[in-house]
Design a protein around this ligand. Sequence first.
Ligand SMILES: Nc1ncnc2c1ncn2[C@@H]1O[C@H](COP(=O)(O)OP(=O)(O)O)[C@@H](O)[C@H]1O
Ligand SMILES: CC(=O)N[C@@H](CCC(=O)OP(=O)(O)O)C(=O)O
Length: 246
Amino acid sequence: MTETVVIKLGGNATEQLTPQFFDQLARWRAAGVRVLMIHGGGPQINAWSERLGLTVHKRGGIRVTDADTLAVTQAVLLGVVQPALCLTLHQHGLPVMGLNTTDNALLTGTLLDQQLYGAVGKITQVNTTVLNRVLADYVGVLAPLAQTSDGTMLNVNADMAAVAVARALGATRLMMVTDVPGVIVNGTTAATIDPQQASRWVQQRIITSGMEAKINAAIDCVHAGTQVNITNDVTRPGTMVLSAAM
Ligand SMILES: Nc1ncnc2c1ncn2[C@@H]1O[C@H](COP(=O)(O)OP(=O)(O)O)[C@@H](O)[C@H]1O
Ligand SMILES: CC(=O)N[C@@H](CCC(=O)OP(=O)(O)O)C(=O)O
């Protein structure tokens, strides 16, 4: 069975890629491991929204997305973040294909809660037929946007998108690459985290903001049988998410 690694690259992480990152991708490709990246772009969307005079509004790490914010989100993800990432991967000798939901309805979704979040979705279907074809030859680079069954665009949290895609592809591993080395507890990176610890650390406000959403998404994925690591370096395990206390 072909091994698949899904890498979620947070918006900050896309701008801090190291030579080790590209070397690891090349090693995976050489070993026949398929690689799909889901990129974020939250900080870049914030910066462009502010430049364009739009107020940035988030609820629990989810961007409240009105029509103007959706337009800026699409423009930044598909016009700024994704091309820069694809260019860098190509310059490092990797065969790369930029992807977005409108290519053959790659990601179908439904509204998460329109009253609370506006045009924000959760993914209900992944076009694995097309993704499998692309991944046979390319490192796929997919944006966290989905469409409803009637073609309305939805903004999707990139951690949630990565989990949905990793589950649909039956990925062996999901690496959530962010701007911290893992889940930090009392100044140290935790080697592992299980659901009980996660809820305790959330209650104690040790885990907050983006990390809380990330852990919740990661736990969903581990339950589906994919190994999940939260790290700032694909060559390091960072924090491994466990499905239950060991
Ligand atoms: N216990 C924690 N350990 C590490 N990071 C944490 C913790 N609690 C909150 N965070 C925050 O979570 C952030 C990572 O989540 P997020 O900003 O959503 O990343 P990304 O954009 O890569 O998805 C960290 O930069 C940090 O500010
Ligand atoms: C609905 C929602 O919140 N979508 C995210 C999509 C990008 C993202 O998740 O980027 P990071 O991984 O860099 O945070 C947003 O608009 O910021």
